[in-house]
Design a protein around this ligand. Structure first.
Ligand SMILES: [Zn+2]
Length: 146
């Protein structure tokens, strides 16, 4: 089979957030030569149609329409890089990392607290030893006298 002609029709209607809408519609068709690739030509025609619709609606007088035609890129709340269509607010890896953070912070707090307690114990021990009532007395008590 040899396709001799392709036609495409594209329409986009955008609401203006004020009970109205704007619509852009294009219909293109092309006659193909025997040497033309049908898929390539269809893709090219669709790109042309999308470009025309984008251009038409982006020239709208209405801000809401212009914003909808050219939306801000969706960025990850964590790393601020563009999101894929599968992601809602975070990259999967970023979300896991974010959920891990409180655990890590908790471990860091605990480690810091334990280090402070150890430091205070050591300080207390030094003071007792200087005062001559070090814990070494307790250790001596536990030793069996000869
Ligand atoms: Zn991310």
């Amino acid at each position: 089979m040899h396709v001799t002609r392709i036609s495409i029709a594209l329409e986009q209607r955008l609401g203006d957030n004020d009970f109205g809408s704007e619509r852009a519609q294009v219909e293109y068709s092309a006659d193909l030569l025997a040497s033309d690739d049908v898929i390539d030509c269809t893709t090219e025609l669709l790109q042309l149609a999308r470009g025309t619709i984008f251009h038409t609606l982006s020239e709208s007088r209405t801000l809401a329409i212009r914003r909808k035609v050219n939306p801000r890129p969706r960025l990850c709340n964590e790393c601020k890089q563009p999101l894929d269509d599968d992601d809602d607010y975070f990259h999967e890896a970023c979300e896991e990392q974010m959920l891990e953070r409180p655990k890590q912070q908790d471990q860091e707090r605990r480690a810091k607290y334990e280090a402070e307690v150890a430091e205070q114990r050591a300080e207390y021990q030094r003071e007792r030893e200087l005062a001559g009532v070090g814990a070494s007395d307790d250790d001596d008590d536990e030793k069996v006298p000869l």
